[in-house]
Write a protein that binds this ligand. Structure first.
Ligand SMILES: Cc1cc2nc3c(=O)[nH]c(=O)nc-3n(C[C@H](O)[C@H](O)[C@H](O)COP(=O)(O)OP(=O)(O)OC[C@H]3O[C@@H](n4cnc5c(N)ncnc54)[C@H](O)[C@@H]3O)c2cc1C
Ligand code: SF4
Ligand code: SF4
Ligand code: SF4
Length: 370
């Protein structure tokens, strides 16, 4: 029996070889860590992440590939599952489905001091820990050279250190590869017997939120433990090495002597002895990742709530509520005085959406011309 070309095409399962050729070698990989977290999470012993790049662990481990194709399917940069996700999350435009918008800030002064904007992300995690609605959270930290490093944390004590934005890739999904290595002591402390019962809140960029959703759509471990997806607005991100090389030239300070970087129209570097340097964002263009120039998800369409500063006044956050779960958390945060609304709320949500849709379209087309 002759099979038609389309039927044959349908049966082709793309595996890591294709992911490597189409996404990694072409610099479209956003280093989210999903492929490695899935593959290593199943103990296939094939690929690893090194220097923010997924690759075979060695020539020998190539042979361990089971050709399952999951790494390709869950990669946020491949086109798989686009229609299915859009349908299930009611996404039909560039900013995604919006149930509600709230402008607010934390009421916690310790969080306010260290947060990037309104401290909504850190306060949400604190609330979820306080109310025992999560056992763990995946957030990002700096290492001694200001390299972002994602970690699973099991209590709220580490939250203050994780607050603030790191402007280079923190492969947030990667820590899930070691889910099965979480000690029995930690699980017992959480009152659970098995790692599958863990309830985790995930914080990440739009591309990372998309990878988690793809994994959840396919019911794949280890993403089954993620109960909340908190997405961050994200216009672009930087290569760690290139960024700090440029910043060192601009400031004469090494990353190990810097405390943090932040964007407030311009790029700022704050050193450990509290000197502040202004750097023009366009001077940092050579460090922008190629995958980001092609990215059109600014508002984290695939999350439960998305948080950013665009549209909010200084010190406040714009919160985009995507679904019932997101609405419940924000209501609880407001009702329990963890956060407070801005005195200038959005009058007409539909008008806001239309205005921002065209703003984001313009921003994205400027980026694509870079
Ligand atoms: C690379 C990048 C670019 C961004 N660009 C924009 C933008 O153009 N416009 C805009 O409005 N907002 C942007 N944001 C979001 C903004 O910087 C804040 O993260 C957001 O407003 C939340 O503020 P907050 O005070 O509630 O967060 P906080 O309470 O300070 O918490 C921030 C959370 O983000 C996590 N985090 C920090 N860095 C990273 C990272 N690199 N990857 C994953 N998680 C991380 C931290 O661990 C922490 O949990 C960007 C964020 C990132 C990571
Ligand atoms: S075993 Fe599956 S997930 Fe791992 S590299 Fe091969 S195709 Fe990808
Ligand atoms: S899944 Fe993530 S880390 Fe892996 S190739 Fe795709 S973008 Fe890169
Ligand atoms: S711009 Fe897009 S691809 Fe780049 S880090 Fe942000 S969400 Fe990911």
């Amino acid at each position: 029996m002759n099979e038609s070309k389309t039927e044959k095409k349908k049966k082709i399962i793309k595996v890591f070889v294709s992911l490597n050729r189409e996404i990694i070698k072409t610099e479209l990989c956003c280093a989210c860590g999903a492929c490695v977290a899935y593959c290593d999470g199943q103990d296939f012993n094939v690929i690893k992440m090194e220097d923010f790049t997924p690759q075979y662990k060695s020539n020998e481990t190539k042979r361990n590939c089971t050709l399952c194709g999951m790494c390709y399917s869950i990669c946020p940069q491949t086109d798989t599952l686009r229609e299915e996700l859009n349908e299930s999350l009611k996404i039909n435009n560039e900013i995604g489905h919006i149930d509600n918008l709230v402008i607010a800030k934390t009421t916690n002064s310790s969080i306010e001091k260290v947060a990037q904007d309104g401290g909504i992300v850190t306060t949400t995690l604190q609330y979820l820990f306080d109310e025992n609605r999560i056992d763990a959270a995946i957030v990002s930290f700096y290492d001694k050279d200001l390299k972002p490093s994602p970690k699973i944390i099991f209590n709220k004590e580490a939250l203050l250190k994780s607050a603030g934005t790191r402007y280079s890739i923190s492969p947030q999904i990667l820590p899930l590869k070691d889910l099965n290595k979480i000690s029995q002591e930690i699980l017992m402390d959480k009152g659970i017997n098995e790692v599958d019962q863990l309830r985790v809140a995930f914080v990440g960029t739009p591309c990372q939120a998309k990878a988690v959703r793809k994994m959840q759509f396919l019911n794949l471990k280890p993403a089954h433990v993620i109960k909340y997806i908190i997405g961050l607005f994200c216009f672009e991100n930087f290569h760690y090495d290139k960024l700090y090389e440029l910043l060192e030239k601009e400031t004469n300070f090494k990353p190990s002597d810097m405390k943090r970087t932040f964007i407030d129209k311009k790029f700022f570097v704050q050193t450990k002895d509290d000197k502040e340097f202004e750097v023009l964002l366009k001077n940092l263009d050579p460090a922008v990742r190629k995958n980001c120039l092609n990215c059109d998800d600014f508002t984290a369409k695939y999350s439960d709530i998305s948080v950013g500063s665009v549209g909010a006044s200084k010190g406040y956050s714009m919160i985009v509520i995507r679904n019932k779960k997101g609405q419940e958390i924000i209501d609880d945060l407001l009702n329990n005085n963890y956060i407070e609304k801005s005195s200038s709320p959005i009058e007409d949500i539909n008008e806001w959406i239309e205005k921002k849709k065209s703003l984001f379209k313009r921003m994205i087309s400027i980026k694509k011309k870079k």
